[in-house]
Design a protein around this ligand. Structure first.
Ligand code: S3P
Length: 198
């Protein structure tokens, strides 16, 4: 018997891109669950490879060395079948990563404003690029530089704004269905249908 995922797949894997704090991991995990696929987070894989936190690796080895590790992780993870891939916010900085993501995956850009990201991240100590006196200013700079790159790589854009995680997942599923990537009729609903009285 064919597995559910085999029927769903009409093309390659799915990747989520966007700024830090935009919900790539949360939405990615839920999306993978709905599809019955795996979820892989490029930051988690990079940390496994470097053997320490990304923040301390940035401090000891510098950003460029981190980007090398990130690129090799992206090269591997974009080849995994039945996988939703969550990427680090800077994954689009290198041209090679952009090419691999766009050619091997259906790429969804979760787009959030710097102000919204700041509200979510203002107490976060794990992201090295935001450990500065003016994190909102830094988020605005990063957004200005990266938004065009995210748009270049993405097959479609979903604005995160107000919707709940469940609504965002539904929006992504709808886009994937419209693009012919999945057959939404085969995606199990998160809510059990009411039992028949008989
Ligand atoms: C980075 C974002 C982080 C992580 C690293 C660099 C960035 O990932 O890869 O700290 O350059 O924006 P998240 O987007 O998951 O926070």
């Amino acid at each position: 018997m064919a597995e559910l995922g085999d029927d769903l797949i009409r093309a390659g894997a799915i990747a989520l891109i966007g700024m830090p704090g935009g919900g790539k991991s949360t939405v990615g995990r839920q999306l993978a669950k709905r599809l019955g696929w795996h979820f892989a987070d490029s930051d988690v894989w990079a940390e496994k490879r470097i053997g320490c936190s990304i923040r301390s690796f940035f401090e000891s080895q510098g950003e460029d060395r981190f980007r090398d590790v990130e690129s090799s992780v992206i090269d591997e993870l974009t080849l995994l079948p039945r996988t939703v891939l969550g990427t680090g916010g800077g994954a689009v900085l290198r041209e090679e990563n952009r090419r691999l993501l766009h050619s091997r995956c259906h790429v969804i850009y979760l787009r959030s404003s710097p102000e919204e990201l700041y509200r979510r991240l203002r107490h976060d100590a794990s992201r090295p690029l935001l450990q500065v006196p003016d994190p909102l200013g830094r988020l605005r700079e990063l957004f200005e530089k990266r938004d065009p790159l995210y748009r270049e790589v993405a097959h479609f854009v979903v604005d995160t704004g107000r919707p709940s995680v469940a609504s965002l997942v539904n929006m992504v599923l709808m886009q994937l269905e419209l693009a012919g990537v999945i057959d939404a009729g085969l995606v199990p609903s998160p809510v059990e249908p009411p039992r028949s009285p008989h």
